[in-house]
Write a protein that binds this ligand. Structure first.
Ligand SMILES: *Cc1c(COP(=O)(O)O)cnc(C)c1O
Length: 413
């Protein structure tokens, strides 16, 4: 087959990205206005930018930041802490705190790799959901044609939480569109008004102009070293939603009775505010990088998801390489063209929480941050790379083009 040259592919991909950028700009603007107005409404001042020590009683910067995030997400309450170590931790707090023995968690599709351990799916994990006496089930769905009736019919008498994952995660499926989610939640509420709808919001924040709570979800969770930290927040995670549910998550993070009242901010809050302020724009950059990558690899004959012109509800771009060596070299190239740790050569390893070996390219300023340019993959057939992030669209363009050129020079393409 006559393939396009890398140069030709890049010229066309640049055009595709420019068109997307114009189409997408109104969403960035709307989200930016939302962040700005939430900060103005909360009367954020220099006083909120500080750190705190000890118990962290009366930490106004921490409390106001939670108020701002709640407003942005359309939530009653938000627990947002430096002590939440990752997205997995945030999701674990949200779920485990709200499931008592006998309560069932019903997941739509299969959950993200690290959540399988939270649930305790592959043998006993100490502290897992199944160990605690809660129940777990999945409903098999087609994410290309998500049908409300299939989900409603799967709800059982013990189902307490119905959980969705917004992002594709490590799966060849589309991200969950917020308009589709709105319809499903409405149908669910008709039959089961009391069910708690949870959404794993990792990688989804600020991609569209509505967030899951606004379309009817009760509870969401995510990581600050992904979208909402804007590439600036150095750690942390959040749980947001109905006040009673968030309070239970806080009681689990600290202790019953003290909940969200305690927890000092060793890191001055400035970085969290500033990261949030930049987040809508940074997510826009990441999306432009994803569209460029999609177009580029599609032009070179690879299957990508989403395709350049498809609907997006997360920042992830999946590329099917079909071959182990292509997958590994693509990830290694992304690492080589990072600003930090460019000389490192990632290899697949047994990462805690994952079932397959994982390769991760992330030469980031914040360790492991994947709103910064990153490519990772569980090393399994059909060898799909998950590319995401990029604080600048120019970085994504440069890293992807140079990586592909290197692969061609090495005779791989
Ligand atoms: C990243 C991610 C997680 C887990 O977050 P970590 O910060 O890596 O623990 C969970 N779900 C989805 C969809 C994710 O993308």
């Amino acid at each position: 087959m006559e393939r396009m040259s890398i140069k030709e592919a890049a010229v066309l991909a640049e055009q595709t990205m420019q068109e997307f950028s114009l189409r997408h700009a109104p969403i960035v603007e709307k989200n930016f206005a939302r962040v700005l107005d939430a900060m103005r409404e909360a009367r954020i001042s220099e006083n909120h930018m500080k750190d705190s020590t000890g118990y962290g009683y009366g930490d106004v910067g921490r409390d106001a930041l939670e108020e701002v995030y709640a407003a942005i997400f359309g939530a009653e309450a938000c627990l947002l802490r430096q002590q939440i170590v990752s997205g997995t931790h945030a999701i674990s707090l949200a779920l485990l705190a709200n499931l008592l023995p006998g309560d069932e968690l019903l997941y739509v599709g299969s959950p993200y790799d690290t959540l399988q351990k939270i649930i305790g799916l592959h043998g006993e994990t100490p502290g897992s959901l199944l160990e605690s006496g809660a129940l777990y089930r999945e409903v098999d769905v087609d994410f290309n044609d998500l049908r409300a009736d299939v989900i409603v019919d799967a709800i059982g008498p013990q189902t307490k939480i119905l959980a969705f994952q917004r992002s594709r995660g490590y799966a060849w499926r589309p991200a969950l569109d917020m308009v589709v989610l709105r319809g499903i939640i409405a149908a669910v509420r008709q039959r089961c008004p009391d069910i708690v709808v949870f959404v794993d919001n990792c990688y989804g924040e600020f991609v569209s102009d509505v967030e899951p709570i606004e379309v009817g979800a009760d509870l969401i969770a995510g990581s600050l070293i992904k979208n909402p930290g804007g590439g600036i927040a150095p750690c942390g995670g959040y749980v947001a939603g109905r006040r009673d549910l968030v309070e239970r998550a806080a009681a689990r993070l600290t202790a019953p009775g003290i909940g969200a009242e305690v927890g000092c901010s060793l890191m001055p809050q400035r970085v969290f505010y500033q990261g949030l302020f930049l987040a809508p724009q940074i997510v826009g950059e990441a999306l432009c990088g994803a569209v460029f990558t999609a177009a580029m690899l599609q032009n070179l004959g690879f299957q990508v998801s989403p395709r350049p012109d498809e609907m997006r509800s997360d920042i992830v771009e999946a590329i099917q390489f079909g071959r182990r060596d292509l997958l590994l070299e693509f990830c290694r190239g992304i690492q080589r063209y990072s600003a930090v740790d460019s000389y490192a050569r990632p290899d697949p390893w047994d990462m805690p929480g994952y079932t397959d070996q994982v390769i991760m390219a992330s030469g980031s300023f914040v360790s492991g941050s994947s709103i910064e340019i990153s490519a990772d993959a569980p090393v399994r057939e059909p060898y799909i790379a998950y590319f995401q992030g990029g604080l600048s669209r120019y970085h994504a363009k440069l890293a992807v083009c140079r990586t592909l050129q290197d692969m061609q020079d090495a005779g791989l393409l």
